[in-house]
Design a binder for this molecule. Sequence first.
Ligand SMILES: Nc1ncnc2c1ncn2[C@@H]1O[C@H](COP(=O)(O)OP(=O)(O)O)[C@@H](O)[C@H]1O
Ligand SMILES: O=C(CO)[C@@H](O)[C@H](O)COP(=O)(O)O
Length: 475
Amino acid sequence: MWVKALDLALDKLRASGCDLSLVAGICGCAQQHGSVYWKNNASDLLSNLDPGRFLHADLATAFSLMESPVWMDSSTSLYCRKLEDSFGNSEKLAQTTGSRAYERFTASQIAKVYDTKPGIYQITERISLISSFLASIFIGGYASIDHSDGSGMNLLDIKNRKWCGEALEAVAPGLKEKLGEVVENLTVLGQIAPYFVQRYGFNPECKVVSFTGDNPASLAGMNLGAGEVAISLGTSDTVFLSLEEGTGGLLGHVLCNPVDSSLFMGLICFKNGSLTRERIKNLCVGESWDKFNQILETTDVGNYGYIGLYYDLTEITPHIQGEYRFDPDGNLISKFPAPEMDVRACIESQAIRLRLYSERLGYSSGHSSSILITGGASSNTAILQIISNVFNAPVYTLDLPDSACLGAGYMAAYALRQSDERIPFYDYINQISGRKRCLLCTPDETACKVYMQLVSKYRDCENKAFGIYYSRLTP
Ligand SMILES: Nc1ncnc2c1ncn2[C@@H]1O[C@H](COP(=O)(O)OP(=O)(O)O)[C@@H](O)[C@H]1O
Ligand SMILES: O=C(CO)[C@@H](O)[C@H](O)COP(=O)(O)O
């Protein structure tokens, strides 16, 4: 599917009349953590792509595992515990790799493949992240994993920026060879493969720069400063910010910063983001976001003290599933007095969750802070107004959508720059790009006060829901 998507994207570019011979360099990004398993001898297929055929036809037999594990998978708890045990405890793993063991991280995903499909692991010559898998196609050979996306694996020593031998050994034998080298972000990997020159008219001198994860690329696209936090309302709701210290803790993740090797990046991701909003919308008002927003705009801030927590899929943090509604006194109830109260309850609890957890990552909310918003739901200003009120901070976006894609473009431009070698990333980007930030929402003082009160109530409800979930699991 991913290879076909690339065929389609390239065909669309060609059909739109785009002169691909003008492209000087390519960088890209992809959802984090997912893994692609290349079968023995797949490198021969990669280096001999036939320009007369689609990529998906040539690469149909290149994979040992046809269904790549992706970030939404949470079936690997057993392997997470084993990995943490091999380090002694979760803190030690977090201090080295930036995160305690997470189900969607590549280490436990690979451990599961090795354990449940040893034959597949054996015939795999290379394991890529989705980002390095895409870069591999463009260079016609295996592309290295970069430091930032590599930090989402529980396998990289994020301070030394090298694979962590202890973690590799705990996951599966021979893993280092299957992963290949890890490289600095912004590394020029090589020239574009002849396939793209002959089939799509790319310049043979076009360079390919190491690809990265969608969130690191988004950080590169948004030029986050001190006191700023980025919120991505994509499929997941993800918060990230730039960090000076690289010590991972038990909450969230620390990754290598994609644009400055002396810095790090803090990130926390919630699985129940857009898909949950969509479900509540469909349930309460049908297809229309306009009707959903009308409810948000005409109902009372704070939902009269009613709080709803919605975890359609097992959440990453906290690890919990189900729906939990609470009355203003904090008692669990089965439904709200009016069904459409779920609309406001869902958006308010998601926004409060974003604030609470970004503060735990190191963000401090208030008037000197600001939020940069991106992702599909960032076009919805009714949702953004609630986020602005909950954070008591203005919400900005870039004057161009798709910050992850933009960031990857910037990374290619920076890696191939011919000017001052030592110029910092954002100084260079500011010179070459005329992008501006647009102010979308400013906080409403009265609403902020309501939410200040609600934050601690939310925390209590989340703790109660967590207790209920686990008491149901252990009768
Ligand atoms: N007007 C809108 N209001 C709220 N959510 C929206 C709106 N338009 C799109 N979305 C949400 O955006 C999501 C897709 O965001 P996107 O950033 O493209 O995701 P991803 O990067 O995970 O592919 C969809 O799941 C959809 O629910
Ligand atoms: O798991 C994470 C980050 O740790 C996700 O953010 C993925 O990177 C996928 O992103 P979206 O599809 O939600 O944009």
